[in-house]
Design a protein around this ligand. Structure first.
Ligand SMILES: C[S@@+](CC[C@H](N)C(=O)[O-])C[C@H]1O[C@@H](n2cnc3c(N)ncnc32)[C@H](O)[C@@H]1O
Length: 283
């Protein structure tokens, strides 16, 4: 396990993923009934952007740094409500006007929960698992697990609330992770068909992405929405040109929200002409 999220925390892919996660959680809150957020590949929950690893790549500067903090341009009025919850969580982890800390998905999800909701975060890396445990040590609404994420997913479904958002965000450091993601989703819906699943995938090798989406389509699941954003033209399979989210059972309104949010983010986060965004129903 070589992947360390600190090198990438707050980058453009995190921005898209976390903005969508926050939107999905906010939609769940429109009903009084409790829900659960399950984060199968959670990372450490909070990242110090001043440490050497984060400074070395500087990826956050091209991501969250373009939305918040001293160098960010204002957000247009039409977009602001769509990123308000997400950006409030990030801002609350920082001193006013500063950007030195980036909360990961566990911290973002946790901050958006109501007292009746629950969070389960799972992280296999022993050091990261320990860090996560420390973050949530005294939190009775959050359970920390240190299992293989694919096993955790099976063990945790269905959630007892029968309402939930499941984030599946693997590092893609081993071959076959896309196939594994498809298999995991197939198994997961057998246990919990009505959950909102948010699956992250990298856009590097476009042929691989095409195969991945074909395999997802072949699952025959109704209501599978794909949202992709590229910050540069696709081409070099060694470079992350874009970020993808496959969202099963997206909450009502998310598609409309994405049609406002993604064009803005594609423009704001672009590093070279030729990027853009895609929003499509796979089934
Ligand atoms: C992309 S990062 C997660 C980022 C986090 N979800 C966020 O948005 O802030 C992927 C994480 O998965 C962990 N990981 C790798 N293999 C795993 C496995 N088989 N099961 C669970 N976690 C794993 C890595 O240690 C890493 O922290």
């Amino acid at each position: 396990m070589n992947y360390r999220h600190i090198y990438h925390a707050g980058n453009f892919a995190d921005v898209v993923k976390h903005a969508v996660l926050a939107l999905a959680i906010e939609r769940m809150k429109l009903k009084e009934a409790a829900f659960r957020v399950i984060d199968t590949h959670a990372g450490i929950g909070s990242y110090d952007l001043a440490v050497e690893a984060a400074r070395k790549t500087g990826e956050w500067e091209g991501g969250i740094g373009r939305l918040l903090g001293p160098l960010a341009e204002p957000i247009p009025l039409a977009v602001a409500p769509l990123v308000a919850s997400y950006l409030e969580v990030v801002a609350s982890a920082n001193r006013p006007g500063e950007l030195t800390c980036y909360p990961g998905s566990p911290a973002i999800a946790r901050q958006l929960l109501r007292p009746q909701d629950r969070l389960v975060v799972n992280e296999l890396h022993p050091q990261d698992g320990e860090a996560l445990r420390a973050v949530f040590a005294r939190d009775r609404q959050t359970t920390v697990m240190e299992l293989d994420g694919w096993i955790a997913l099976k063990a945790l479904l269905p959630p007892k609330e029968r309402r939930g958002v499941i984030l599946i965000d693997p590092p893609f450091e081993v071959a076959g992770e896309m196939e594994r993601l498809v298999k995991a989703l197939r198994e997961a819906v057998k246990r919990f068909a009505t959950g909102t699943y948010v699956l992250w995938y990298p856009i590097k090798d476009v042929a691989k992405v095409r195969r991945f989406k074909r395999a997802l389509r072949e699952l025959g699941l109704a209501k599978l929405l794909v949202a992709e954003l590229s910050i540069r033209p696709d081409g070099d399979p060694a470079v992350l040109s874009g970020t993808g989210l496959a969202i099963l059972n997206p909450p009502f309104e998310i598609e409309r929200q994405l049609r406002v949010l993604l064009p803005f983010l594609a423009q704001r986060l672009a590093v070279a002409p030729g990027g853009g965004h895609v929003i499509e129903w796979l089934v």
